[in-house]
Write a new protein. Structure first.
Lengths: 156, 274
């Protein structure tokens, strides 16, 4: 159990760094949602260990990292984790392209939920919906490959 | 369960104050992320400094020494002028002007969100930084602190479209409000009457109204004034004096007047009575 989290938490740490890593202004518009992608991966691989509550806590950390309203990302990430648990048995059987398409939809929904909450709570949303989802879908095979081989290497 | 928790958390964060402490606690986990993500930039800077030649350093040293000498000479005059100013203010029964203390901080990150202009600096609650604190660079006003974590804090730049600051023209004291345009090199003055005496090249300084920014720091320079008969107000744009996209070292200002505004007012009123 502890061994499993000793891999899950470091991967989230790297995802957080990637989420705020300085990049050229133009690439900022398509910056993938690394944390959401990591969550999708872990829910997909081991739904017993990674679930709604992991999403919730990682969401809170993301809130503080981005300076958002506390609980905004927590809500959206919990919803994302729940959706992934529902889709998990089917999604594991998909090939890379189908998975990428599904990741596009999932990240899009995650951003949409965040956008709704922002406009509900603050009166204005500042989330871009389309391009980050495209970026996430395009980079999903790489993320999947790297995380998958890590998981295989540590056998968790 | 998690949904209820996060909804209540959001409501609490919007309406109650104590979540700042929770935020600070979570900040302990997040600070390493900010440090690591800022590291390549720091490393580049360090390499640049280490690899400098002796002659370059000497030249820079000479330049800085000259600059320091010139500034010292100006300060000498300042002391006399300040004393004289305070004497005159006493004659007018106005409160004495005090020096502002500053804390030097270094920029360690820029918010990745392309629609906002936030930066992260390496001083936080443990160094006494507070929400609403004004931030300067060597050339003018940068913005204000909007979120404080234990070791870092988030600064909203004056160019962010959610930011506004009361200003006045230093030439004649005309007051206005400067809002960010979302572009780093442009501010807009809103609600300026067509008849107001504002010209291209005027210097804008903070007016101190709203008691958030201290009075008299330069904000920017007017770049364009357009009078359109169809519009109710003149369209005025300005260029920020601070190097919003380049400054590495920032000053966090602890102005004494902004910490204790009510006390000063109370003393002033009592002083008049006898």
């Amino acid at each position: 159990m502890i061994r499993a989290y000793s891999l899950i938490l470091p991967t989230f740490f790297v995802a957080f760094i990637l989420a705020v890593f300085p990049m050229p202004r133009l690439l900022d518009y398509v910056r993938p949602e690394w944390v959401a992608m990591t969550l999708i991966f872990w829910v997909l691989m081991s739904p017993a260990k990674a679930g709604v509550f992991l999403g919730f806590f990682m969401g809170i950390l993301l809130d503080v990292l981005h300076g958002h309203l506390l609980g905004l990302n927590a809500f959206a990430m919990s919803a994302l984790a729940y959706l992934c648990i529902l889709l998990q048995p089917r999604m594991r059987l998909y090939n890379q392209i189908q998975q990428s398409l599904l990741v596009f939809v999932l990240v899009g929904l995650f951003l949409l939920v965040r956008y709704w909450l922002e406009s509900l709570m603050l009166g204005q949303g500042r989330t871009a919906l389309l391009w980050p989802s495209v970026g996430s879908a395009v980079l999903w095979p790489f993320a999947y490959g790297i995380l998958g081989s890590l998981r295989h290497y540590f056998r968790t | 369960m998690a949904v209820i928790l996060s909804v209540s958390l959001m409501l609490a964060d919007k309406h109650l104050a104590p979540t700042a402490e929770l935020r600070g606690f979570i900040g302990y986990f997040i600070t390493p992320v900010q440090w690591v993500s800022g590291m390549p930039g720091q490393l580049g800077l360090w390499a640049e400094e280490t690899a400098m030649t002796r002659t370059t350093l000497q030249a820079e040293n000479d330049r800085l020494r000259n600059e320091s000498l010139v500034l010292k000479q100006k300060v000498q005059q300042m002391v006399a002028l300040r004393a004289e100013n305070n004497r005159l203010r006493e004659l007018l029964n106005a409160s004495e002007q005090l020096d502002d203390k500053v804390l030097v901080s270094e920029l360690i990150g820029v918010d990745p969100d392309p629609y906002t202009h936030h930066i992260i600096v390496n001083k936080g609650a443990n160094h006494g930084v507070f929400v609403g604190q004004p931030v300067l660079d060597a050339h003018g006003l940068m913005g204000q602190v909007i979120e404080v974590l234990p070791f870092t804090s988030r600064v909203l730049l004056v160019a962010d479209s959610n930011h506004a600051i009361p200003v006045q023209v230093s030439r004649n004291g005309v007051r206005a409000i400067a809002v960010g345009s979302g572009k780093l090199d442009e501010l807009a003055l809103i609600y300026v009457p067509d008849t107001a005496d504002i010209k291209q090249g005027d210097l804008l300084v903070s007016s101190g109204l709203g008691s958030r920014y201290p009075k008299g720091y330069p904000l920017g320079e007017i770049t364009q004034v357009t009078h359109d008969p169809g519009e109710p107000f003149a369209t005025v744009t300005a260029k920020p004096a601070a190097f919003l996209d380049r400054s590495r070292y920032l000053l966090l200002v602890f102005s004494k007047s902004s910490e204790l505004p009510s006390v000063n007012v109370a003393l002033g009123e009592e002083g008049v009575e006898p």
